[in-house]
Design a protein around this ligand. Structure first.
Ligand SMILES: [Zn+2]
Length: 757
């Protein structure tokens, strides 16, 4: 199966078209010179303007420049807008100057990158899951410019991009040429985006198999091998570190014709989609895979599925569909596209969402063009630039319609043009008009799984059509298509209930492929439009108590009898909740600037009364602690640590019983925020297994306490340290918290840090 080029598919008015146009404006609003500044600096040139702030000047400098160029290129292919082409040319010319100034093919905005690459080249490798030789994920960062040059070549046919990409690839291979396989694997401990994928791309684009061989060597075998063995535990892993690796395995499998790597990527996809994914198609809590047997963190956290993960899962699904033609990949793609991706863009400002919490009555935060430069802004810029990629595919003389999105496709090789007109999902009717049919072709229309036991109806020129179902498609029979032929299809949609994969008592409601949710209120939306603070992407406003969440009381697990359509408002329904409230359900992607319910707690009458009491008790403790908390760090978790400017030497992190930890034989530190100088207690969480370890806790360079972890504890426990002895040393608002190991001992493991009022 093959996709069409983005420029063969033109979107017609629909929510996707609106999203594309908004994204186009967001792209044009970005200041290219500020995005280029990190590249200039790293090349030793002076930039015309300074970096943007946020992640663009605190360590991940330059990553958005890469996404920007990729998005410009795909958006240009999708829309043909000449202003975009001019921007692409401008950006590439500037990048070329930087690459030429570096002189050896190197190009990136990684701050202090030359030192990092030099050390690595000497075999001096210090890799943590999100650091490499003290840089913040430099490989993840540089991957974005690799991908950008590839995309500028493929989508915008830029004449310099491929040459620049090959030079960059040669530079990277030269600095790693004399490293052993073990050393390459050591480097790959650090998050590295789709580095293996892009080397396969370079192999294909250049026709040189040397890059392909390198792609195989530069793949993370600590993930690949257990996937091959179908024996992997993803729980606790940083999700968006793993998904791009698997995209690389799949890409390698396709080009090298490797059935084993292909099977590994299929196995990963099944695991993530069937066990780790919620109804909107997203996965992960606080960026990590949680236990498939326990979705409590998904319901409780304000940091639900990350948009980047779904961006990458769509990419993997597309690749798998093209080679396997199994419809499960399309079913997922459609679901994730409407319910996660489309929903992550603000309908007026075009701002992007990072986390989509599933916590009842929580809300989401949107990026602003000139303040927010997170990973999900980067992938967000790309998401809405390429909606045309999977609406249609083709194979031999078959045209396949996969998604019901208003559009026109031009199939140059066959001389075929087809227009798809529909209000789907607001209407079940989808019309196809043949504009041109120079050569005979077969028209195939996808039979989505959400049809259930319902059958679609098909007419050709208003007469019942002769159809056949082949491989999940309706083949519409016609000896010879002519200009003006009209194919009308009706896809009956039905309401369905889907429980969380752990079979707990939380369910979401869908109509057809569209996940429905209810706005609950629009109060206390703190930080709705993110500023440039490090944690601006998290919706940190009040969390509403779980026991007060609207619940459904029913004896019927399949409670569709409680859901009633709103007259003359397609896809809107009303549902009665336990407290007698009537809430309106609508497509989740329509809900913005509001708190919402998407997963509903489902109880029988008796359960409801009992559990509410329990929850109330637990929640009161949690909320009281949150109220008392000024700042907190989850050691060993990538984003919280980066957000607190983690530093360290000879330090390790890992997971113990689903809980993250960090320790060090030397030291590690975080920067805590106490803007109003209200802190009076430091609460640290430890594990009983670490008994006997000796270390010091320092604040702003002053000893707070010496610690020796005592026996007698059982499992996880916390100790509170009063801060008053150092009160005058920490009154400035910023507190550097440092754990320093005593000689021969270990500092930590630290399982949690909280600064309390
Ligand atoms: Zn992200």
């Amino acid at each position: 199966m093959q996709t069409f080029s983005l420029d063969d598919v033109v979107l017609h008015p629909s929510p996707f078209y609106n999203a594309q146009q908004l994204d186009l404006r967001y792209l044009l609003e970005l200041d290219a010179d500020r995005l280029l500044a990190p590249y200039y600096k790293e090349a030793g040139l002076s930039p015309s303007k300074d970096n943007y702030t946020n992640w663009e000047n605190t360590g991940l400098d330059g990553h958005i420049g890469g996404h920007y160029l990729s998005a410009l290129s795909m958006m240009y292919a999708s829309t043909g807008d000449i202003e975009l082409l001019n921007k692409i040319h401008y950006f590439i010319i500037q990048l070329k100057q930087c690459q030429d100034a570096n002189g050896d093919g190197y190009l990136s905005g990684v701050p202090d990158g030359k030192r990092i690459w030099c050390e690595i080249s000497e075999g001096n490798i210090e890799a943590g899951s999100f650091s490499l030789n003290k840089g913040w994920v430099p490989l993840y960062n540089i991957h974005k410019i690799f991908a950008a040059l590839r995309d500028a070549h493929i989508y915008a046919h830029n004449p310099d991009a491929l040459n620049m990409l090959i030079k960059l690839s040669d530079w990277f291979m030269s600095i790693t040429a004399h490293l052993s396989d073990e050393q390459l694997q050591q480097i790959l401990i650090s998050e590295h985006g789709g580095m293996n994928e892009v080397f396969v791309d370079v192999a294909e684009l250049s026709g040189d198999d040397e890059y392909l061989a390198f792609a195989a060597r530069f793949s993370d075998y600590t993930i690949l091998n257990p996937l091959i063995d179908k024996n992997i535990n993803l729980v606790g892993m940083h999700a968006n570190t793993q998904i791009p690796k698997v995209i690389g395995f799949k890409r390698y499998a396709d080009v090298a014709d490797d059935t084993i790597w292909n099977a590994a990527s299929k196995y990963f996809w099944d695991l993530v989609v069937n066990k780790m994914t919620i109804s909107i198609g997203g996965n992960s809590v606080r960026e990590h895979f949680h236990s498939p047997d326990d979705y409590k963190p998904m319901i409780e956290s304000e940091q639900g599925p990350e948009t980047c993960n779904t961006y990458n899962m769509l990419h993997l699904s597309k690749m798998l569909f093209l080679s396997e033609t199994d419809h499960k990949y399309l079913d997922y793609y459609e679901r994730a596209l409407y319910n996660h991706i489309l929903s992550t863009q603000h309908p007026y400002t075009g701002g992007f969402v990072y986390f989509t919490p599933m916590r009842p009555q929580h809300y989401r935060v949107y990026s602003q063009v000139h303040t927010s430069f997170w990973c999900c802004v980067g992938s967000g810029l790309e998401n809405h630039s390429k909606y045309g990629e999977m609406i249609y595919t083709h194979k031999a003389n078959n045209l396949y319609v996969n998604l019901f999105i208003p559009s026109q496709v031009t199939w140059k090789e066959q001389g075929v043009e087809l227009i798809q007109q529909t209000q789907f999902p607001y209407s079940e009717e989808i019309n196809f008009t043949i504009q041109k049919a120079e050569k005979p072709f077969e028209l195939n229309i996808r039979m989505p799984t959400w049809l259930g036991d319902k059958s679609p109806t098909v007419t050709v020129n208003n007469k019942a059509a002769e159809v056949e179902t082949i491989n999940g498609y309706i083949l519409v029979k016609n000896d010879h298509w002519r200009r003006g032929d009209l194919v009308a299809v009706k896809m009956p949609m039905q309401t369905s209930i889907e429980y969380l994969p752990d079979n707990s008592n939380y369910a979401s409601v869908s109509h057809g492929p569209i996940v429905l949710a209810a706005k609950t209120d629009t109060t206390d939306l703190d930080g709705l439009f993110a500023d440039d603070s490090r944690m601006g992407h998290i919706a940190k406003g009040d969390m509403r108590p779980l026991e007060q969440a609207p619940a459904i009381i029913t004896d019927n697990l399949n409670f569709i009898d409680k859901i009633h359509p709103v007259k003359s408002q397609p896809l809107h329904f009303v549902m009665n909740t336990a407290n007698g409230q009537q809430l309106e359900l609508q497509p989740f992607y329509e809900i913005h600037d509001a708190r919402y319910m998407l997963y509903w707690p489902i109880y029988t009458e008796a359960e409801f009364n009992g559990r509410i009491k329990d929850l109330k008790k637990k929640e009161a403790t949690v909320l009281a602690l949150e109220k008392q908390t000024i700042d907190k760090v989850a050691p060993g978790e990538q984003q919280p640590e980066s957000d607190h400017f983690f530093k360290g030497e000879h330090t390790n992190s890992g997971i113990n019983q689903d809980k993250f930890w960090r320790d060090a034989t030397a030291w590690f530190s975080y920067e805590l925020n106490d803007k109003k100088a209200e802190a009076n207690t430091l609460r640290i969480k430890y594990f009983s297994g670490d008994v006997g370890r000796k270390f010091r806790i320092e604040l702003n360079g002053h000893l707070l306490t010496k610690v020796e972890l005592k026996s007698g504890e059982n499992g996880f426990y916390t100790i509170d340290y009063p801060l008053h002895p150092l009160k005058d040393k920490i009154s400035s608002g910023k507190i550097e918290l440092k754990f320093v190991a005593e000689t021969g001992s270990v500092a930590g493991g630290i399982y949690g840090v909280r600064l309390l009022k």
